[in-house]
Write a protein that binds this ligand. Structure first.
Ligand SMILES: *Cc1c(COP(=O)(O)O)cnc(C)c1O
Length: 519
């Protein structure tokens, strides 16, 4: 039986006791200062009052975090089938290379001639990603998927601005199955969002698209395969429809794992695409470190007279190779570019991670990864067919790509056991829960995505547990409602946890709260 480690662990700050230290910086500092030949800190920048940091010996810190890790669950413990999030196993080779101090010790302001190795890797990564997506130019600049979306919609905005049409082009069309970041990014870029429904067959309703597209349409943001795990069957027609109205097509690439090496957004008519480097290309995410949201474009002409192309518009530095000097260089954003939306030239560590992942798999390996991910998910969908109370809505009978969305709506109706409680039942048996209540168009949604890393046995065990949960829900719903009891943290009070009067986002807030200085 599964039982998670459970430590009565206080906050790290509560271990603090005056006088305890790990490393005495006061003693080390003079030596460091000597080594760098004297460090003159400008007067105004010297801290006058000591900052109130906790006093902790190293061993206490190490044990604290080790115990927390034992109470946690991640891809190194077992599958994390969080639909849409593509939580892959993170190969250790990439880890070793990305965290080599020849990379981590570099400074972004270092002379380009001293970072040629890194720039060459990033240059090649730009090329590979352009190839994988079928686009022409990629910018590694954005920090995450949502940030890549913002980069993309700002590029759409700039496109219409340069053509003198921004006053007219006010709307971005988005299917109702989209990730919430899509409408958020479009709104942040100043557009009005128009939502279009998904048909029973799982495709975006083509007639609805036809009825909303018009002179005011600036672009379409679409995820393919969709968050239902279904390939958009009329994507080429959709692209033609929008292009007829001089609207650009934006590809949300978070689901690229479902077709990597088999189909490319660039070949489907997309103009701009973002990639979630930390999903498709394996960098750890979800509390595991920074991601990267590379944005790629087709190099279509924007303004013939001025010689402006779409690649001149995207934000950030582009790494270029100078034939004359034989050096890799950063090309600054030019006068037509959106500019910079982040300091420096991207989150380098996840980018190196992606470089190693792609280099070690090669083109055939990438195809195989997509194949395995798709097979794993379809095998799972087959296994849960007929589990009482669970259904697969939209596109009945259609082959899924990398993910499948189950609905526990019938189960909830029959037994009162909700998708959230099904998820807790999985946790209780030592599995990780799927994404719940997303996409929003599926009632009581459980969105499951097995990546290429999962074995047949793991998938079967997961399906078996779902079958067992359904049985318990029908026979003994009170048991289902008491889950989880085998995890280090039991049932949490979501409303309380989310409440501003409970949350202490910083140490300062926490101290004030403890002293009763906050209401
Ligand atoms: C994860 C995801 C995003 C957002 O990406 P982040 O890297 O989390 O900002 C956007 N769209 C879809 C479909 C996603 O799954």
């Amino acid at each position: 039986m599964f039982r998670q480690a459970k430590w009565k662990e206080p906050l790290i700050l509560e271990y603090s006791s005056k006088g305890l230290t790990g490393l005495n910086l006061q003693q080390v500092e003079p030596r460091i200062v000597e080594k760098v030949g004297g460090l003159k800190i400008p007067k105004g920048m010297v801290r006058e009052k000591p900052i109130n940091l906790p006093d902790l010996p190293e061993v206490v810190v190490v044990r604290h975090y080790t115990r927390l890790s034992q109470m946690s669950y991640g891809v190194d413990n077992g599958p994390v089938p969080l639909g849409s999030c593509t939580m892959k196993y993170n190969p250790r080779l990439a880890w070793d290379i990305a965290f080599d101090n020849r990379i981590t010790a570099l400074h972004p302001l270092q002379d380009e001639r001293t970072v040629q190795g890194l720039l060459q890797m990033l240059f090649e990564l730009q090329k590979w990603l352009a190839n994988i997506t079928g686009m022409d130019v990629c910018s590694l600049h954005p920090a995450a998927g949502a940030h890549g979306e913002l980069a993309g919609v700002l590029t759409i905005r700039r496109y219409h601005e340069l053509k003198g049409n921004l006053g007219l082009k006010r709307e971005i069309v988005i299917p109702d199955s989209a990730h919430g970041t899509n409408p958020a990014s479009a709104s942040m870029a100043g557009f009005v969002t128009i939502t279009v429904a998904t048909g029973e067959d799982g495709n975006v309703d083509f007639e609805a698209l036809k009825s909303v597209v018009g002179d005011a349409t600036a672009g379409l943001m679409i995820t393919n395969p969709s968050t239902l795990g279904l390939f958009e069957e009329r994507i080429v027609e959709i692209a033609e429809l929008f292009h007829k109205h001089d609207a650009l097509l934006y590809y949300d690439g978070a689901n690229l794992n479902g077709m990597m090496g088999y189909a490319r957004p660039g070949d489907m008519g997309f103009d701009i695409a973002h990639l979630n480097i930390h999903k498709t290309f394996s960098s750890p995410h979800g509390g595991g470190g920074p991601g990267a949201g590379v944005v790629c474009v087709k190099d279509r002409v924007v303004d013939e007279k001025r010689g402006v192309r779409l690649s001149d518009l995207i934000p950030g530095f582009i790494i270029v190779y100078d034939d004359k000097t034989g050096l890799y260089k950063l090309r600054e954003p030019g006068p037509y570019s959106v500019g910079l939306i982040k300091a420096f030239f991207g989150n380098v560590i996840p980018l190196v991670w992606a470089y190693v992942y792609i280099a070690s798999l090669g083109p055939q390996g990438l195809r195989k990864a997509a194949e395995h991910a798709v097979m794993a998910t379809n095998y799972f969908a087959k296994l849960v067919e007929g589990v009482k109370g669970l259904e697969i809505p939209f596109g009945r009978g259609r082959f899924r790509k990398h993910e499948v969305v189950l609905s526990a709506s019938k189960l909830a109706e029959d037994t009162g056991v909700t998708a959230m409680e099904v998820a807790k039942g999985l946790l209780d048996a030592g599995f990780y829960a799927p994404t719940v209540y997303f996409p929003l168009i599926v009632k009581e949604a459980l969105q499951v995505e097995f990546t290429e890393a999962e074995s047949v046995e793991n998938i079967e065990r997961y399906a078996d547990r779902l079958r067992e949960i359904s049985k318990i829900a029908y026979e003994n719903p009170e048991v289902a409602k008491s889950w989880p009891s085998n995890t280090s943290v039991g049932l949490v009070d979501y409303a309380k946890g989310d409440h501003p009067k409970t949350l202490s986002p910083t140490w300062r807030v926490y101290v004030k709260r403890m002293r009763g200085e906050l209401s």
